[in-house]
Write a protein that binds this ligand. Structure first.
Ligand code: HEM
Length: 419
């Protein structure tokens, strides 16, 4: 914001710090955070917390923060708030960087994530999904997480990176644990979590080091080989950057996709009329995935740090203010979405005009894996709905996993195989 714009927008209101009904670590947040988000959006949409951070819940404010404000992932002095230096290489992942370093890293990694490169994986994802469904088809019961939502992204990311199938078990466990590094890097999380992150990070580092050495000697057409050879104007990723981006991609892409498939299917089963609509019109699968992302996405929030003062709602936020943007709250803002509490799988069908959801973030850090996440989820959701009907949740409430994100640990269902 320029000085003139700021002067014009400046208000004299002083924020009253509070949690306004949405306490951190509140268990209700995971099962059904939406009533809490609604209350916060209605009472204190731009909110100063007792800990000195800021939170946002309105769609327009979040879009302004992510896409139009001068902000980043680091303080203006270049540091990550609360950063401890325990995890080697962790702060080098692009999501922790500001331009120009971020721009440079993203440009190099982007080469492996073009829509065309991702679309080429479609037949393989279909095959993986069908084989998984074959294994449970005759049983009439399955766990949506163990039997589908986890092995689809796990198998795929391992194949994308060229990880041999016998290592996939260890590899996926380390990835799940290392995901919490996004918290511990900021000095958060208890001792047991910090220990798990440390062990997992060291194991992943060692594993990737060996894998990268092998790929350098014998390149293939996997993503790691693409990253090793990615070059832009004579620039390449150095070894630590390569290692950090590879591990970061895993962490960013694994649990999140499990969450999208798991939450998406749970939501569909809870809305049988929408499920039947999808069965009748499989072309609605891409729109269904977008609506699942809007309605019950796996990542509730992202973070930005202001690099200059900016006015949001009634308040002027200072330089270096740390702001949590509740993407999931913006996704249900009635100012942006018609009937936002309604789960409507045709909301994003072609020809309909609706605001994009916020679940992949926005601006320069917009999720780089969005095409891949959409493709995996579209295929998994479409295929299970085509092949199984009478899907019923065994438990009414979801059993949540030990994840940083909103990811179920188990979703037992019963079903009938469609003949
Ligand atoms: C449903 C699945 C996924 C969701 C909901 C999701 C969501 C997000 C969000 C919210 C961000 C932060 C954006 C911001 O702060 O503006 C992000 C960043 C990122 N995601 Fe995803 N993601 C998903 C899957 C994936 C996958 C499959 C990959 C790759 C394998 C991936 C790679 C990344 C990367 C590299 C970034 C950092 C981008 C940057 O800093 O420029 N994500 N994602």
């Amino acid at each position: 914001m320029s000085e003139a714009q700021l002067a014009e927008a400046r208000t004299t209101k002083t924020p009253v710090a509070g949690w306004y009904g949405l306490e951190p670590e509140d268990d209700a947040q995971i099962e059904d955070p939406y009533p809490l988000f609604k209350a916060l959006r209605e009472t204190q949409p731009v909110n100063l917390t007792p800990e000195g951070g800021w939170r946002m819940t309105r769609y327009d404010d979040i879009q302004q923060l992510l896409r139009r404000s001068r902000s980043g992932m680091r303080l203006t002095n270049g540091r990550i708030p609360g950063q401890t230096d325990d995890i080697p290489g962790a702060g080098i992942f692009m999501l922790m960087q500001d331009p120009p370093t971020h721009t440079r890293l993203r440009k190099l990694v982007k080469k492996a994530f073009t829509p065309r490169a991702i679309e080429a994986w479609r037949p393989r994802i279909e095959k993986i999904t069908d084989e998984l469904l074959d294994q449970v088809a005759g049983q009439g019961e399955m766990d949506l997480i163990t039997d589908l939502a986890r092995p689809v992204p796990a198998t795929l990311i391992c194949e994308l990176l060229g990880v041999p199938s016998e290592d996939q078990g260890d590899f996926t466990q380390w990835t799940a644990d290392a995901t919490h590094g996004l918290l511990t890097l900021r000095g958060l999380g208890d001792e047991a979590m910090q220990k798990r992150v440390e062990v997992a990070s060291i194991s992943l580092l060692g594993y990737f080091n060996d894998l990268i050495t092998k790929r350098r000697l014998d390149p293939g057409d996997d993503l790691l080989s693409v990253l090793i050879s990615a070059e832009e104007d004579g620039d390449k990723l150095d070894p630590l950057e390569l290692l950090s981006q590879s591990i970061g991609l895993l962490i960013a892409g694994f649990e999140t996709t499990i969450g999208l498939i798991g939450n998406g299917l749970t939501t569909l089963i809870r809305h049988p009329e929408e499920l039947e609509k999808l069965r009748a019109s499989p072309d609605l699968a891409p729109s269904t995935v977008e609506e699942c992302l809007r309605y019950s996405g796996p990542i509730l929030a992202t973070i930005r740090i202001l690099h200059e003062p900016a006015v949001f709602g009634d308040f002027e936020l200072p330089t270096d203010a740390e702001v949590v943007a509740f993407l999931a709250a913006g996704n249900r803002d009635p100012e942006a979405f018609e009937d936002p509490e309604r789960f409507d799988i045709a909301r994003y069908a072609s020809g309909r005009d609706t605001a994009p959801h916020l679940s992949f973030g926005g601006g320069v850090h917009f999720c780089l894996g969005a095409h891949l996440a959409r493709l995996e989820s579209e295929i998994a959701i479409r295929r299970i709905v085509e092949r199984f009907d009478q899907m019923t949740l065994v438990n009414e409430t979801t059993e949540w996993g030990r994840s940083l994100f909103r990811v179920p640990g188990r979703i037992p269902i019963t079903f009938r195989e469609v003949n």
